[in-house]
Design a protein around this ligand. Structure first.
Ligand code: DC
Length: 224
């Protein structure tokens, strides 16, 4: 395909956005950008300082945080002030810190500018919370991927078990609920479905069914 395109994938935590986005990017030969990883890296910076809940401090010092992404063998590595934090950002503490700092307008402004800069010149699949509404308002295809909180918590619980972390299911579910609340109630770019986004509830869908459906919607969007 010659023409450049962009696919915006938004939705709540644990809906499977990043695994869908990565696979779709691979199928369509596009670049993949996980914007949540960027907020996680900012969250980790302030978590390490013990200041992630201090919105004023975060707003005043976000200029000290330098995030960059480096594609490596199909995996996106993420650098925080030059340090590779790709694995370090995947803890429940970093998740919560990410949702806190993501509510700070100064953080969002920096991240959105960086995301647009990365997207320039590429066909891209981006996943996050505000991609269709804010970052790529003219995306070729906008998807709002969701699943019930219980299904999302089950998926996250299984992922954590595979990493050797045996967190009680009830705790995973309550952290998902807390992040849903933070993401949908913040004043700056809260998570909402873009008016022109297609809604995809994956609660009852396998990964393969989901990918086929996304590809079908994409073909439809480009008129082929
Ligand atoms: O998708 P994720 O769980 O890795 O995202 C981490 C946090 O970052 C999540 O609480 C919401 C926030 N986020 C955001 O506000 N905007 C984005 N585009 C991506 C993530």
């Amino acid at each position: 395909m010659n023409r450049r395109f962009s696919i915006a994938i938004d939705g709540p935590a644990g809906a499977g956005k990043s695994s869908i986005a990565r696979a779709v990017a691979e199928r369509l030969g596009a670049m993949y950008l996980d914007t949540g990883a960027m907020y996680r890296a900012v969250g980790l910076y302030f978590l390490r300082m013990g200041r992630d809940a201090d919105a004023k401090y975060v707003a005043d010092s976000v200029g000290d945080v330098h995030i960059s992404v480096k594609p490596e063998g199909g995996v996106q590595r993420i650098l925080l002030n030059g340090e590779d934090v790709t694995e370090a950002i995947r803890t429940p503490e970093a998740s919560l810190a990410a949702s806190r700092v993501a509510a700070v307008p100064e953080v969002r402004e920096r991240m959105v500018a960086l995301q647009r800069e990365i997207a320039r010149g590429y066909s891209i699949v981006m996943d996050g919370r505000d991609i269709g509404t804010k970052v790529l308002p003219n995306a070729t295809l906008k998807l709002y991927v969701t699943a019930s909180p219980e299904v999302r918590a089950q998926r996250r619980h299984r992922e954590l078990l595979l990493k050797g972390e045996d967190m009680p299911f009830e705790q995973v579910l309550s952290e998902i609920a807390e992040r849903d609340y933070n993401d949908t109630h913040r004043a700056a770019s809260p998570l909402v479905q873009a008016e022109d986004a297609q809604r995809l509830d994956t609660s009852e869908m396998t990964r393969e069914q989901t990918l086929n459906e996304v590809e079908r919607l994409f073909r439809e969007a480009i008129g082929g």
